[in-house]
Structures are given as structure tokens and as C-alpha cells.
Ligand binder design. Structure first.
Ligand code: IPE
Ligand code: IPE
Ligand code: MG
Length: 252
């Protein structure tokens, strides 16, 4: 049995399963274009891939799954596409929240909440509140998320605490910054998957990705399925993580 199979069978991250997988769900537009369909059709189909990814993460025993669903830069897209993406988020929460809750999934949302349309902000709050006590997979939805924006907000909070005299500048540590990010209570991602063949971070989890393993898959997001997920995990399990030190394998 390979480590991957053992981990799958055992449903535990201890046998080499990443504890936290983060996904840059990219390629919806190209998926649609290659079929002669409007871009929005790719986004619609992408929602099915989200459902499958959540189900599969649960069956693998992954504890945290973060999905990049709308970046702070995606506002620069044409208005009708932005509206379609907002509409799909609303539809997803309205349709899937009860199922996610039944499946013991806890939903968390990261990204800037201020300035979002009130109906979206309310739905995000509702999803978090309803599932807060669940103990299964935590699904972290990165919505209106940008790492630079997140870091700027954390620095603002830190500066406010310095101004209030709550913290001395000399006492600012990595932990004081990490603790003011949206991901304060979330472990760093072990594995970041990006679909569509692009090999960039696009302002995703820049602080948290310091020691993440990256897997870039050629499939477009609507085609991401359990098999593609397994391939990414398998590739991750073949990597040697060193965190700046030496492992038994590298020290000889
Ligand atoms: C990912 O697909 C979805 C979002 C960024 C919201 P894209 O819409 O970026 O699809 P491509 O990259 O244009 O193919
Ligand atoms: C990243 O994809 C954002 C999301 C997946 C939500 P983009 O398609 O927006 O990234 P770029 O523009 O190709 O870098
Ligand atoms: Mg894209």
C-alpha cells in the first residue's frame, strides 16, 4: 500500500495526507470558450466542481479546504460577469448550506467583508454562524480576498494597537502579524493546487504560502474531479518538505 492509499484508507492526514489544501479554481472562462459557450457557463459548471472537491476532501480526511472564489482584483471584470459570480455565490449558499451543515462541514470566509453588497455579507455571516459548531471538514471560502489587502488590514489593526499602547513596536513578531490576518485560527496550507495551467499565486495567501507545496494542473476548473484531486495529492506526497532544515533523506 502506498502512503497515499494508506492515507485514503485511514482517512487521516497523519499518513501523508495534507492537513490543509487550498485551491486556486482557475480556467472557467477558457473551459467555456473551448466549447463555444459564454464564460458564465464555465462559472456555472465550476460550482459542480466545488461540490465534488468538498465531497472528496471529506472522504480523504482533509481537515481544511480553502477555495479561492473571488479575488479583490476580480472586480475589474465586466459588470455582467461580476454580477454572475455574485449570483452564483448566493445560489451556492442558498442551495448548499443545508447539505454542508448536514455533512458536518464548518464554513469560514476570508477576505474583506466591508463594502460587500449587504445581501452577500448577510449570507456569508449566515453560513459561518449556522455551521460554526460543526466538527468535520472546514471549508474556507476566499471571497473578495487578496493577500495584499489582507496584510494591509492586519497592519492597520496592529498600528491601531500600537497607537492605543496595547502593544510595543519592539514586541511585534511574526505571530502578531499572523494573528491579525483573516486566517488567524487556520493552519497554513500544506498544498496549493492551481488549475488551468497558470503558474502564479494571483494574490492568494501570500503570507500563509511560505512553505506550501504547489501543484499546477492543466485541467480547467470545471473538469477538476476526484481523479485530478487524487493526482495532486499523489504529487504532494512525492515531495520532500524541508522547511529550511534537513530531513533524513537530504542529510545523507
Ligand atoms: C476562475 O476562472 C474563476 C474566477 C476567477 C472567479 P476564470 O474566470 O479566471 O477563467 P479563465 O482564467 O478566464 O479561463
Ligand atoms: C485567480 O484567478 C482568482 C480566482 C481563482 C478567484 P484569476 O483568473 O483572477 O487570476 P489571473 O488574473 O489569471 O492572475
Ligand atoms: Mg483566470
Amino acid at each position: 500500500m502506498t502512503g497515499f492509499e494508506a492515507a485514503k484508507a485511514g482517512g487521516s492526514h497523519e499518513a501523508g495526507m495534507p492537513r490543509h489544501v487550498a485551491i486556486i479554481m482557475d480556467g472557467n472562462g477558457r473551459w467555456a470558450r473551448s466549447r463555444g459557450l459564454p464564460r458564465v457557463e464555465g462559472h456555472r459548471r465550476g460550482v459542480n466542481a466545488v461540490r465534488e472537491a468538498v465531497r472528496h476532501a471529506q472522504s480523504l480526511g482533509i481537515e481544511w479546504l480553502t477555495i479561492y472564489s473571488f479575488s479583490s482584483e476580480n472586480w475589474s471584470r465586466p459588470l455582467d460577469e461580476v454580477q454572475e459570480l455574485m449570483g452564483l455565490l448566493k445560489l451556492f449558499i442558498r442551495r448548499d448550506l443545508a447539505d454542508l451543515h448536514k455533512a458536518n462541514v464548518r464554513v469560514r470566509v476570508i477576505g474583506e467583508r466591508a463594502g460587500l453588497p449587504a445581501d452577500i455579507a448577510d449570507l456569508l455571516d449566515e453560513a459561518e454562524a449556522k455551521t460554526a459548531e460543526n466538527t468535520g471538514l472546514t471549508l474556507v471560502v476566499a471571497f473578495n480576498y487578496g493577500a495584499r489587502n489582507e496584510i494591509a488590514r492586519a497592519v492597520r489593526a496592529l498600528a491601531a494597537d500600537v497607537a492605543k499602547g496595547v502593544i510595543d513596536p519592539q514586541d511585534i513578531t511574526e505571530a502578531s502579524i499572523a494573528g491579525r490576518l483573516d486566517t488567524a485560527a487556520i493552519p497554513d496550507p500544506d498544498l496549493i493546487i492551481r488549475t488551468s495551467g497558470e503558474q502564479r499565486l494571483s494574490n492568494f495567501l501570500m503570507w500563509q504560502a511560505a512553505y506550501a507545496e504547489f501543484v499546477f494542473l492543466p485541467v480547467h476548473w470545471p473538469d477538476f474531479d476526484a481523479k485530478a484531486f487524487d493526482e495532486a495529492i499523489s504529487e504532494y506526497q512525492g515531495r520532500e518538505r524541508r522547511f529550511g532544515g534537513l530531513t533524513a533523506r537530504s542529510a545523507v
